[in-house]
Design a protein around this ligand. Structure first.
Ligand SMILES: Cc1ncc(COP(=O)(O)O)c(C=O)c1O
Length: 393
């Protein structure tokens, strides 16, 4: 149904079976038009391109994102080339105090996890991690822990290393457990994949995500929506946050704008904004919604899981971690009992020109808008065991 939007990626490598959509989702052809428009605008506007960009392109991206997430005030959305920069900016708001008390989970992406471990080494942070497993009790355990005294509470909507997803009720319960701390949700594995409404939550939380995965727009476009009346003063701040000071009016204290620019950095590459706008404007025009993509992908995942369960495949010795269809993102995570088995399995996939990825003992198989039932059958056929295959046991 949607293959027609991805002709360039699909025709460039027709034999590649790409099942890593959770990593780099194929880009729709229209993204190339957006990409080129960025070049044309630089030709036309030269040094004035930033004026054009901030007046026309940037607010369009903000509005599209706000619309996807049900955020009322699109101007409260800040941008950076990656989430790390935005989250570090948030962490830096606490650097003037002796210690940052952080509550998080044991399944956060490396970007955040590594950074807070390093700050903890510096003795500037105390980090408490709630285990995500067993997942059935996670929301209750996390909500109980969140009642403590924390500066920052940070968790993912979909966990990157198991594909388990929190729904809106879960997130609301976890957010409501603490009325004082700053709360940040890492929505990277949900943004443009799972229909998400932050209508009630966006006033209270920071929500961080980006363009590289399901938003299909490639690198360089990450964002963070700020809660209402955010008055934090990032220590790590760039001159794009101080545009109102450029006229020469200097105050004693560094001043910050009252919108998303509060968390701005410095000069960045604007091309990804053009790609994102071109894609999601076209999808809007053609009535392709996140809900319709999600439905399509979830159906394919369901078919795959059912087929794998009914025959002998390479995945037989692995355990599917995200079994509950209602609580999973757009990738399936299979866990092997040891890393060698996972490495051997992924090598087999690669030999068959199937692209997936691995995190330790786990392999992740991601499904995207450009797959159809035939691709699923092909994938299953390729991993079905008709003759003995030697795998490390
Ligand atoms: C959950 C999650 N958050 C964030 C990121 C990206 O982090 P960054 O933008 O800092 O590279 C990823 C990338 O895979 C991720 O899986």
């Amino acid at each position: 149904m949607m293959k027609k939007y991805y002709k360039k990626f699909l025709f460039t490598k027709p034999n590649r079976l790409h099942f890593a959509s959770h990593s780099l989702h194929y880009w729709p052809d229209i993204s190339e038009v957006g990409h080129h428009q960025a070049w044309l605008d630089t030709c036309e506007y030269s040094d004035h391109k930033w004026g054009h960009f901030f007046q026309n392109v940037f607010p369009q991206t903000q509005k599209l994102i706000a619309n996807h997430l049900g955020i009322k005030n699109s101007q409260n959305i800040a941008f950076a080339p990656n989430t790390h920069e935005l989250v570090f900016r948030l962490l830096s708001c606490f650097f003037e105090q002796d210690k940052i008390r952080i509550l998080t989970t044991d399944c956060e992406f490396y970007s955040f996890d590594r950074q807070v471990r390093r700050i903890a080494e510096w003795k500037k942070a105390e980090v408490i991690k709630v285990p995500v497993m067993p997942f059935e009790t996670f929301v209750d355990r996390f909500s109980e822990a969140a009642q403590g005294n924390f500066d920052l509470i940070y968790f993912s909507q979909v966990f990157f290393n198991n594909g388990l997803a929190l729904n809106e009720n879960d997130m609301t319960k976890m957010v409501d457990a603490n009325s004082k701390a700053q709360i940040c949700i890492d929505g990277y594995h949900a943004f443009c994949a799972l229909p998400t409404s932050l209508k009630n939550l966006s006033k209270r939380i920071y929500y961080v995500a980006g363009g590289y995965k399901y938003a299909q727009a490639g690198e360089g476009l990450c964002f963070m929506s700020l809660p209402e009346n955010c008055q934090l003063r990032p220590l790590y701040t760039g001159w794009f946050a101080g545009m109102n000071e450029l006229s020469g009016v200097k105050k004693d204290l560094v001043s910050y704008p009252d919108d998303g620019h509060r968390f701005a950095g410095s000069t960045f590459e604007p091309t990804p904004f053009y790609r994102f706008n071109a894609i999601w404007n076209l999808f809007k025009k053609d009535d392709i919604t996140i809900k319709s993509i999600d439905l399509h992908v979830k159906n394919l995942m369901k078919t795959f899981v059912a087929k794998v369960a009914s025959q002998k495949t390479l995945l037989d010795s692995a355990i599917l971690l995200n079994t509950n269809e209602k609580k999973r993102g757009h990738f399936l995570t299979y866990e092997f009992s040891n890393e060698e088995q996972a490495i051997e399995t992924i090598a087999f996939f690669e030999k068959q020109s199937i692209l997936i990825d691995r995190r330790g003992t786990r392999i992740r198989i991601g499904f995207g808008a450009y797959h159809d039932a035939k691709d699923i059958q092909l994938l299953v056929d390729k991993i079905t065991i008709n003759q003995p295959i030697s795998l490390v046991s």
